[in-house]
Structures are given as structure tokens and as C-alpha cells.
Design a protein around this ligand. Structure first.
Ligand code: PEP
Length: 275
């Protein structure tokens, strides 16, 4: 018998725990008064449900014009809801009419910034380089870019589910420092707003591929701690099936994030996850 056979097995590293993030992308909905009312109701609903924000983080992404009002409410009432923005300029300051800089958003206690949403890639001609530069601007100013990646229906047919998201993430990483904290949102373009979400198995397959990119490009620690969200027709009836997948750590929610009760139920997905 050799020595190795008699040695006790080395202790296994405990599985990495990632705090799930439930993020509501309001898109171009709600003025600042509606935003205040919504966040108040959301906070009451989650308080009634004794929501543990340490166990499941909740974030809202209002339009720019609402951010100051929501920030003031969150701060005055000490509400543990995180604030996100839907876009950012890649530039620090200067002659960029209509743009909003990362430092302006940071001053409003913004924690997250969505970059690369398909509605900006498609509707505003943003390419991988712009997305990477925006992610960098957010990270350099001390915020966390939520980098959206996803394939169109034609991409899915031609390349399968993972190829385009992998390509988009790889391109974005080239603009970011090795230790930059990021969140990735896998959002198949065909699933957004369509009522036709990806299956949990497909979302998991892409989540796994994205984590492998992180592992190859950034190493185990970054790959193990980075949260990967699913987005695309997410709702309270389907969120639990994504959250059961080992490589999915939350949801980026569009339409369903505009209904207080529904968004609150999504945030409480741990109550409806069955193993
Ligand atoms: C989104 O646009 O980020 C999104 C996930 O939208 P929906 O939930 O409405 O599909």
C-alpha cells in the first residue's frame, strides 16, 4: 500500500457563497414622484415579509431624472435597497451633450450601472468597445457595472446560445482592471419583453460558459465570486427555477419590476425555491 492511500483526503474548500441580486430595470418608466411612491411601497412590502437584504440583495434602476429623489428617500428612511443607473457616459466630463458621467452617478450613491443592455446595443448602436469603456468608467468611479450580454434569435440559431455572450463578455473584460468588481447579466435578446423566457437549462449552460471565461481570464477567485444574473421575461412564477441553477445568482427584471407586489415576490424567491 503506498503512503498516499493511507493519507486522509485534504479538506475540501467550502462552496463559494454568492449573495443573489434581484435587480429591477425600470427602463423609461416612472417620473420621480412615481418612483418615490414605488420604492416606499416596495420597502413596506419587503418589511412586511421580513425580507433579509443580506440574504438576497435588492436593487432598483430608475431613469436618471429619478435618481436624486430615490437616493434621498433611501438615505432618509435608511432603506437597504441598492440604487442603480441604466447607463453612463464613457467620458469623465466635457462637451458630451446629454451624457451623464460616472462621477455624477457616484455622488448620488449609485452602486450599480447597467452597461450593454440590448436596447442600447441595438437602439443606440453601442458596440463591444463602447460597452467596455462604459463598464470601465463605472468601475473606475467605484461602482459595479452590470454587463449585459445575450444572443439574438438569429445568433441562437446560427451559433447556439453561449457563443455571442462569451464573445461580448471577453471583449468587455479587455477594458477592465483585473480586480474590478462586475456583475454579468445574461439576457437573451429574444427573451426580453417577449413573455418567452429561456429555459433554466439554457440559462445555466450560458452561465457556466460565462463563468469559465472569468476563470480563464481572471482566475478562480474572481470566477467564484462574480454574480451572473438571468434576464428576459423573468417573473415570480419562474425566478425560482433559475435560482436553483449553480451558475445563476440573481435576476435582472424589466417589465415585472414595475409592479410592486410582483417585484417583491421575485425578491422573496427563497420562499418558493424547492430543491
Ligand atoms: C430587461 O430588459 O433587462 C428585461 C429583463 O426585460 P423583461 O424582464 O421585461 O424581459
Amino acid at each position: 500500500m503506498n503512503d498516499a492511500a493511507t493519507q486522509p483526503a485534504p479538506p475540501q474548500a467550502p462552496p463559494v457563497k454568492r449573495t443573489p441580486l434581484i435587480a429591477g430595470n425600470w427602463k423609461m418608466n416612472f417620473d420621480h414622484l412615481q418612483a418615490i411612491a414605488f420604492v416606499q411601497k416596495l420597502a413596506w412590502s419587503l418589511k412586511d415579509a421580513q425580507h433579509n437584504y443580506g440574504e438576497v440583495e435588492v436593487a432598483v434602476f430608475p431613469p436618471f431624472t429619478d435618481l436624486r429623489s430615490v437616493q434621498t428617500l433611501l438615505s432618509a428612511d435608511k432603506l437597504p435597497v441598492a440604487l442603480g443607473a441604466q447607463d453612463v457616459s464613457p467620458h469623465e466630463s466635457g462637451a458630451y451633450t446629454g451624457d451623464v458621467s460616472a462621477s455624477m452617478l457616484k455622488k448620488l450613491d449609485t452602486r450599480y450601472i447597467i452597461v450593454g443592455h440590448s436596447e442600447r446595443r441595438g437602439g443606440h448602436g453601442e458596440n463591444d468597445e463602447t460597452v467596455g469603456l462604459k463598464a470601465r468608467a463605472a468601475a473606475n468611479a467605484g461602482m459595479v457595472p452590470v454587463i449585459c450580454v445575450g444572443e439574438t434569435a438569429a445568433d441562437l440559431e446560427e451559433h447556439g446560445a453561449a457563443a455571442i455572450p462569451v464573445q461580448q463578455l471577453t471583449a468587455a473584460l479587455t477594458h477592465l482592471a483585473a480586480d474590478a468588481e462586475i456583475v454579468i447579466a445574461y439576457e437573451p435578446v429574444w427573451a426580453i419583453g417577449s413573455g418567452d423566457p429561456a429555459t433554466p437549462e439554457q440559462a445555466e449552460e450560458v452561465g457556466r460558459a460565462l463563468r469559465e471565461v472569468l476563470r480563464a481570464e481572471r482566475g478562480d477567485a474572481v470566477a467564484d465570486r462574480t454574480r451572473i444574473l438571468y434576464g428576459g421575461s423573468g417573473a415570480s412564477q419562474n425566478v425560482a427555477s433559475y435560482m436553483k441553477q449553480p451558475n445563476l445568482d440573481g435576476a435582472l427584471v424589466g417589465g415585472a419590476s414595475l409592479k410592486v407586489d410582483e417585484f417583491s415576490r421575485i425578491a422573496q424567491f427563497t420562499k418558493h425555491v424547492t430543491v
